[in-house]
Ligand binder design. Structure first.
Ligand code: ARG
Length: 457
């Protein structure tokens, strides 16, 4: 008898529910992790005395074929495949027959999925570390070859003090170096193996978990089986990491968007990373940078979304946890592309040192003028005031600071002498900032060496 509520309810599961429940459409990208996890598990089963060496070999080879089918795109998904775990096991059974039915002994999709995600993410960490390094390499290469150029440095987006263009580039490298270190710090916390936790209470077949750990190259084993299947903190940490990197990328993008405007004209993006307007022929838009800035919001959404999902999930596995995958995949995919695009933007953009130079104005040396008087023995608070008066005097006289005569300056302080003209050089100004982390040539080169040393590690 058909169900009273009939209609679209044809099978035991509502097709809408089936679609709602499936995760294969996105977790299939973990096919290799799933195969590797299962091959290791089969070895464990041999040692636990559950299957024979022969059966393990059959499973191993069958899984190699499953892997190959995914790789060459011939894996055929069937309706009943709910996720990557069920799909691979179903296919394995088709290939090797009944031995496949022993693979899942003592294992649950709960410890399996947590394992797969960690394997998958560890590979991502390697990919992303390499991309971060490439980005840093490209950026310091520019910093090195363009070290001569001086530009305005800004606070409050108001011209503040002259800096080397390379100093600006290295300021962003500083953030990316921290990101690289942070990513590497994350590794041992991802590399914790939950396999052998079973559904929640542990494996009942004397599974040698240390063997699984060795097989899969993990740093450690999860402490407790209930936590093992429930723990998604490593994903939350990864998503924080991606968010933080995107924030850094976004701030750099914002700087470059501003610098590429006609009003600034410090940089021009290459055509490869900009687009034109469909109506205004004169326009060249920094779309790449705007997308980088925009995608930051998206990745932040992945991060907060996962934390919201985790909040309130009762102990061990609950299906809510399936919602951990899409944010992880999305953030990983987005950050990977973002790093590639940013690297492309930085390596191909043109800079316009003449416009940087033209934007330097004498008033940006007002601090240097105050410091000149400090060197003549006047306390800084007084010299700050005197230099401020000089700025006002120049403004009132409608001339630039450097055009004030020695007499005019001496009317503000008798300590001004002929050598004050040396203050009005942007080169001198940057070269004076010769401390570790400063903008002098030596200090900038030193920063480049520091970055190189990190990259070589
Ligand atoms: N597709 C599931 C997930 O991604 C696998 C784990 C299913 N476990 C279960 N007890 N239903 O979370």
């Amino acid at each position: 008898m058909s169900k009273l509520w009939g209609g679209r309810f044809t099978g035991s599961v509502d097709p809408v529910m089936e679609r709602f429940n499936e995760s294969l459409s996105y977790d299939k990208r973990m096919y290799r992790a799933d195969v590797r996890g299962s091959q290791a598990y089969a070895k464990g089963l041999v040692q636990a005395g559950v299957i024979t060496e022969e059966e393990s070999e059959k499973i191993h080879n069958g899984l190699e074929q499953v892997l190959k089918e995914w790789q060459d795109g011939t894996f055929k998904i069937v309706q009943s495949d709910e996720d990557i775990h069920t799909a691979n096991e179903r296919r394995l059974a088709e290939i090797i027959g009944s031995a496949a039915g022993k693979l899942h002994t003592g294992r649950s999709r709960n410890d399996q999925v947590a394992t797969d995600m960690r394997i998958w993410l560890l590979e991502q960490v390697d990919t992303l570390s390499a991309l971060m390094k490439d980005l840093l390499k490209v950026t310091i290469a520019r910093a090195q070859s363009e070290i001569d150029h001086i530009m305005p440095g800004y606070t409050h987006l108001q011209r503040a003090q002259p800096i080397r263009w390379s100093h600006f580039l290295l300021s962003h490298c500083g953030f990316f170096i921290s990101d690289l270190k942070r990513l590497q710090d994350l590794r041992p916390r991802i590399s914790v193996l939950p396999l052998g936790s079973g559904p929640l209470a542990g494996n009942p077949f004397a599974m040698p978990r240390d063997l699984l750990q060795k097989e899969l190259g993990f740093d450690s084993l999860s402490l407790n089986s209930m936590q093992g299947v429930a723990d998604r903190d490593f994903i939350a940490e990864f998503l924080f990491w991606t968010t933080m990197v995107m924030v850094h990328i976004s701030r750099l993008a914002e700087d470059l968007i501003i610098y590429s405007s006609s009003e600034f004209g410090f940089v021009t993006l290459s055509d490869a990373y900009s687009t034109g307007s469909s109506i205004m022929p004169q326009k060249k838009n920094p779309d790449s940078l705007e997308l980088l800035r925009g995608k930051t919001g998206r990745v932040f959404g992945d991060f907060t979304g996962l934390l919201m999902t985790l909040k309130g999930v009762p102990s061990t596995y609950n299906k809510d946890l399936q919602e951990d995958k899409e944010p992880m995949f999305d953030a990983a995919h987005t950050i990977e592309n973002s790093l590639l695009v940013l690297q492309g933007v930085i390596s191909t953009m043109n800079i316009h040192p003449e416009n940087m130079r033209r934007s330097l104005t004498d008033d940006m040396l007002a601090t240097d003028l105050a410091e000149y008087l400090v060197r003549k023995g006047i306390p800084f608070r007084e010299t700050h005031h005197i230099s401020g008066s000089a700025v006002r005097l120049a403004e009132e006289s409608k001339i630039s600071l450097s055009q004030l005569t020695l007499e005019q300056l001496q009317s503000l302080s008798p300590k001004f002498e002929k050598d004050v003209e040396e203050v009005f050089s942007f080169e001198t100004s940057v070269e004076r900032r010769d401390v570790v982390g400063g903008t002098s040539r030596r200090a900038v080169l030193e920063q480049i060496e520091t970055v190189k040393a990190v990259l070589e590690k």
